[in-house]
Design a protein around this ligand. Structure first.
Ligand SMILES: Nc1ncnc2c1ncn2[C@@H]1O[C@H](COP(=O)(O)OP(=O)(O)OP(=O)(O)O)[C@@H](O)[C@H]1O
Length: 303
């Protein structure tokens, strides 16, 4: 495995690989944005958020696959972007070599030897058909195709989903090798928060189409606290500050912003959350939903 130095936070003058300003996209009842986001060159940015939060929509907007209703997205030339999407766009009857032959003319820096080395490293056979690849194998093929044209920016939508633990570590190692060149940048989405812990420099938490947090991985867990208290420790005012409130037989537990801890009494225990705690609690929605469901009066009123 290659050693990549611990990242420092991007300086304000670090150039941007991706710049998103005021991005808005409506898809049926779902409303994304307005989103503002900067992906600094030389850093790895990880998107995390519940199912349906808007991660793929944001990534597709970056790739020009989704037309924004408002706002702007600035990315490098298509030739310089490597893409790994969760829904492969390859023709099912293509063999591994045919997939490479089809993509090669689209990229000025295509390197056939690099493609062969990557497929060999992943254990993919040249004559395997796309439709016969397992989910993990087709992700590996997408990664080989993406890296074979020497991109500056890699955009990957849930690249580790469907990979076994060894393949996941292999992929992370490969991406670390990619990041040894400080002109390179990576954007990826994931539900596997250990991927963020081991690989992301900057974390973006998206919930319900809105960015709740952008910053260094360590700052994320410092921006929130897991609060646990007795039944009398929660007032209507402090309840409004909670995310993902869960009432327990002995009281309550909820996520709160660190800046809101003063609103809770000394009986409430505050602990540092995990990234999973933050994502899961934000994903459960605002407190008023959980109270409404817990309260039969609200339920019958809604029925
Ligand atoms: N083509 C479409 N037409 C209508 N709604 C869509 C379309 N594509 C996505 N959506 C909706 O947009 C919302 C956001 O979807 P998106 O795929 O961006 O979420 P996600 O965060 O990537 O979720 P997941 O983690 O489940 O992949 C969802 O409610 C989804 O149903």
């Amino acid at each position: 495995m290659s050693d990549r130095p611990e990242p420092t936070a991007p300086a304000a003058h670090t150039p941007s690989a991706v710049e998103v300003r005021g991005l808005v996209k409506r898809r049926g009842a779902f409303h994304l944005g307005p989103l503002d986001l900067r992906v600094p060159v030389g850093f790895v940015t990880g998107f995390v958020g519940a199912n349906g939060a808007g991660k793929t929509t944001t990534i597709k907007a970056m790739l020009g696959m989704v037309r924004p209703d408002a706002g702007t997205v600035r990315v490098p030339d298509r030739d310089r972007i490597g893409v790994v999407l969760d829904a492969p766009f390859l023709v099912p009857d293509w063999r591994v070599t045919e997939a490479a032959r089809a993509l090669r003319p689209l990229y000025s820096r295509w390197d056939e030897r690099q493609f062969a080395a990557l497929t060999d490293r992943f254990g993919l056979r040249p004559h395997q058909k796309v439709k016969d690849l397992s989910r993990g194998e087709s992700t590996k093929l997408m990664v080989a195709l993406a890296l074979a044209h020497d991109p500056d920016l890699l955009i990957l939508d849930e690249p580790t989903a469907g990979l076994d633990p060894a393949a996941r570590l292999d992929l992370i190692d490969l991406l670390r090798e990619f990041m040894l060149d400080e002109r390179h940048s990576v954007v990826f989405s994931t539900h596997i928060t250990t991927d963020l812990e081991t690989f992301a420099d900057q974390v973006v938490v998206i919930h319900d189409g809105v960015i709740h947090f952008t910053g260094a991985r360590d700052d994320l867990v410092e921006s929130y606290a897991m609060a646990r208290g007795g039944p009398d420790d929660l007032t209507p005012a402090s309840e409004r500050l909670t995310h993902g409130l869960r009432r327990t037989p002995t009281g309550f537990e909820a996520l709160i912003a660190t800046t809101d801890t003063a609103a809770f009494g000394p009986g409430v225990v505050m602990e540092t959350p995990t990234i999973d705690d933050v994502v899961a609690r934000l994903g459960r929605g605002p407190t008023r939903h959980s109270t409404a469901l817990a309260d039969p009066q609200h339920r019958s009123a809604a029925a």
